[in-house]
Design a protein around this ligand. Structure first.
Ligand SMILES: [Zn+2]
Length: 315
């Protein structure tokens, strides 16, 4: 049995044997959805009250140090089972799902969330799970366990950016490198800045990721760079990298009517905005989304610099 089949079976088993998880996956059928159209793409807003813990999570150093790590095997819920991936990661079902199939892929070791040294493993996981979009949230960009290396994965066919990508690329894309074995396209769609890598050669992707990581690391004084990454595999990898600026937009901290509890991570940048509060779901508008996306993505001028740096580095 391959990893994809094992993972599908795990979810079936957990839905039968873990009542909380079963209830939360069942509850997804009742989440409210609305679509906000933009030029050539769209955002889907999902009202999902179960996600409040994640969206409002305190991820500062003291709060993290004070809680038992929920990804370490010793602290996991009793009902939680896993599929061991290559002896290094556990594939786990996410008991607070956004996707109809939603997994967390946690390192067996309690080591910091860091993509520089795990990018190759990330690619392997993505290739082994072709029915899933595998994503990475950096410690300050939505990871709810910044102290424990992990990825997440959700079923394909959910994030708007998947089906809209070709259109976005044609309308807003700038082809930095395009050859039969590899392509690198940079995109500024007016809301989001992103870099898209495509190849069937792992080494090419690792080579192209290096300067992006390096540039972003320098921006934050050598700390783990602010990135969200989506990857899916079908004959080749398609990897969408969102270089980030703000962790949370000003609306997150605003008082009264101006408050919107939205803490964007990979899924949101992929076009599915998760609002855990009904008031936000009702009121959020196109201009709010545009404003929030522009705050959390790298500003256009810096993004230009990053693109020049990549071009120079990959000559
Ligand atoms: Zn841990």
């Amino acid at each position: 049995m391959n990893y994809q089949q094992k993972t599908n079976n795990l979810l079936k088993e957990q839905r039968n044997n873990w009542p909380l998880l079963a209830e939360n996956f069942e509850g997804l059928k009742n989440v409210k959805l609305k679509t906000l159209p933009f030029e050539g793409f769209s955002f889907k807003v999902q009202y999902n009250s179960k996600r409040i813990t994640s969206s409002a999570a305190k991820v500062d150093k003291d709060s993290i140090a004070a809680r038992p790590c929920f990804l370490c095997a010793n602290n996991r819920p009793m009902e939680q089972n896993q599929v061991l991936f290559e002896g290094v990661f556990d594939i786990l079902c996410n008991p607070f799902p956004i996707f109809a199939e939603h997994f967390t892929i946690a390192s067996l070791k309690h080591i910091p969330q860091e993509i520089g040294s795990s990018f190759g493993q990330y690619l392997d996981i993505s290739k082994a799970l072709p029915e899933l979009v595998v994503f990475y949230n950096a410690p300050k960009c939505g990871a709810s366990a910044p102290d424990h290396l992990h990825f997440q994965a959700g079923n394909t066919g959910f994030l708007p950016i998947e089906s809209e990508y070709e259109g976005i690329r044609n309308k807003y894309g700038n082809e930095l490198i395009v050859n039969p074995a590899f392509s690198l396209v940079t995109i500024d769609d007016g809301l989001r800045r992103m870099i898209v890598l495509e190849s069937n050669e792992k080494e090419m992707l690792e080579w192209a990721f290096k300067p992006i990581y390096q540039f972003m690391k320098k921006l934050v004084g050598g700390e783990e760079p602010n990135l969200n990454i989506l990857s899916w595999y079908s004959n080749q990898w398609r990897i969408i990298i969102f270089p980030r600026d703000k962790h949370r937009p000003w609306q997150y901290f605003a008082e009264g009517d101006k408050n919107i509890l939205l803490s964007p991570a990979s899924v949101d940048l992929g076009g599915s905005l998760i609002t855990p509060l009904a008031k936000d779901f009702e009121k959020i508008s196109n201009s709010d989304v545009a404003d929030i996306m522009n705050q959390v993505c790298l500003p256009s001028e810096l993004f230009e610099e990053l693109c020049h740096f990549i071009k120079r580095s990959l000559k």
